[in-house]
Design a protein around this ligand. Sequence first.
Ligand code: 1GP
Length: 256
Amino acid sequence: MMKTKILKTLLDRRASGLKSFAILIDPDKIQDSGSLVKLINIAVENKVDFIFVGGSLLTGDNLHQVIERVKDHSQLPVVLFPGSTMHINVTADAVLFLSLISGRNPELLIGQQVIAAPILKRSNLEILPTGYMLIDSDNQTTVSYMSNTTPIPADKYSVAVCTAMAGEMLGLQLIYMDAGSGARFPIHPKMIASVRRAIDVPLIIGGGIDSVDKAMASLKAGADMLVVGNGIEENPNLLIEVSDAINNLNQELDVH
Ligand code: 1GP
């Protein structure tokens, strides 16, 4: 695989206004191989674009097996969503090379990245330089606790806008705004729209999207890609419903 393939896909899709859908698999939450394979098959049938794998805290040791299983049963690109350098696995296709730009913890702005750099350089992973912005969602999420950072307040749109602009100016290729896994509320569409207007790079939105309505609100506000994890674990039909909604939106664009 070319090492810029996924980024190029995202840029092309953004240029045409096409939306993308990633499901997040948290290896810790995989009970058995059968249910994982079932999920992968549903993802393939419903034209999910990417499989994100990871979590801010992984307590098990099955990251490798999960990636292997996805590879065995699909051709979907596997993108690592690492909580730390310990979550690098070179058998994936790409890695979100995250800088936690909403926080002021130097370890997650540049420290872990320095440690990861030589490992990633030797790998065939596509590196996706990503400005990661945590947005407050009323309950403390694992990622805000683990990262020892304060999320951007949910109603401080200008802070989010300026943070995203700075990330883009620093050369980050993607901005990922995350309310955190299992967030009580997803990011407000008005905040998404404000950030969307301020930057050109693809905008990824995740955290707390547990219904089609919430997914549609994020997409219409300007998300280029949605990431859904918990919602699908709780209601596997959500994958099908969100996929249908995204495919319909994309078809409308193709027609016009
Ligand atoms: C978390 O954005 C992802 O980092 C997905 O969140 O699990 O709440 O869908 P959910």
